[in-house]
Design a protein around this ligand. Structure first.
Ligand code: DAH
Length: 339
């Protein structure tokens, strides 16, 4: 019986050694150690072995089983490792292959314009803030000296959510929030979307403004003009010309409208500037002292200027976009042309 066991061990080890893939190795395992396996049947038939031999045979059979199991598990590890390497070879990425090419995105023309403007303001020492697009009636109108019966407060023009909450109709509420947040002196700008109940070929219910507010001691119209001129030079070049017209806003006193050289005809006169050579640049003025007082700022000590240009029209003119609607449709055919 011992010889038989020795032979099983010898054959088993050599078959394990020769198994060159996982499937063959498993067949070898079944052949020797499986339920119907050679070794298993010896162990099962121990009863037939004479009692005096049984103990020895049992011991040897266990040793043989352990050796075979050990040999199988180390062979299994080797074969699995080889398999993994083969798999990895198969999946290797050829980094020398030419690429399919990626589709490049680009910034929206409004974003590009905004970025340029923000960069300029940051250089001038402004803090950029963002304030909510859903505003209180108080911040949007009342705190800006827009009286209760002002036409802008009509449901026809403003998009109210409740009696006291609306989609901001301009970025000017950022001024109110800034005056409650920062201690003078301060300079803030707030770019953002604004909403009005207006929808035709040149108006969109969503458009964009860029609010600026400077509060300090001894601020006058001269400071305002100097800063606007510096901005115009930076945006349009040093030959830019400006002209000033009187205007009216409830939150500035005096209020002015500033025009700059038309960027399409460079001052020669064209259909866009109606032959004047100028196009609208900024509207703004000296902050009405009432506004400062309402926000708790001493208007005897501090004064300020503010302006809040709409930027969609400038973007349209600069990029020759015929309708404001294109800016909000996200039509890829349009956006691709704007790169
Ligand atoms: N908020 C005004 C509008 O929507 C624009 C404006 C005018 C903003 C004068 C200002 C300002 O800050 O001083 O028409």
């Amino acid at each position: 019986m011992k010889e038989k066991l020795d032979a099983i061990l010898k054959n088993g080890l050599s078959e394990i050694e020769n198994a060159n893939d996982l499937k063959v190795l498993d067949e070898v395992r079944v052949k020797f150690l499986g339920k119907q396996g050679e070794l298993t049947s010896i162990l099962r038939n121990m009863k037939e072995i004479p009692p005096e031999e049984r103990k020895d045979v049992g011991m040897v059979a266990n040793v043989v089983r352990n050796k075979l199991e050990e040999a199988i598990s180390s062979k299994l590890a080797v074969l699995e490792e080889e398999n993994l390497i083969k798999e990895m070879e198969k999946e290797r990425v050829d980094i020398t292959m030419p690429s399919k090419g990626t589709k490049k995105g680009s910034l929206h023309p409004l974003t590009r314009f905004n970025n340029k403007f923000i960069e300029l303001c940051v250089e001038m020492g402004f803090t950029v803030i963002q304030t909510p697009e859903i505003e209180t009636d108080y911040n949007n109108f009342e705190a800006l000296n827009v009286p209760k019966n002002h036409p802008a407060r009509d449901m026809q023009d403003s998009l109210y959510i409740t009696d006291n909450i609306l989609l901001r109709t301009h970025t000017s509420p950022a001024q109110v929030r800034a005056m409650h947040t920062f201690k003078p002196p301060f300079k803030i700008v707030c770019p953002g979307r604004v909403y009005r109940n207006d929808d035709d070929s040149s108006h969109s219910p969503i458009f964009n403004q860029f609010e600026a507010l400077v509060i300090d001691e001894n601020i006058s119209l001269k400071d305002f003009m100097a800063m606007v001129k510096a901005m115009a030079v930076r945006l349009y070049g040093k030959d830019v010309k400006m002209r000033v017209r009187p205007s009216y806003f409830p939150f500035t006193e005096p209020s002015i409208e500033i025009d700059a050289t038309c960027q399409i005809c460079h001052g020669k006169g064209c259909s866009l500037c109606k032959g004047t050579g100028f196009s609208e640049f900024f509207g703004g003025g000296i902050v009405n002292p009432k506004i400062l007082e309402m926000a708790g700022i001493d208007s005897k000590k501090y004064s300020g200027f503010a302006f809040g240009p709409g930027i969609d029209r400038s973007v349209m003119v600069l990029n020759r976009i015929p309708s404001i609607k294109y800016l909000f449709r996200n039509d890829m055919r349009f956006l691709k042309q704007m790169r």
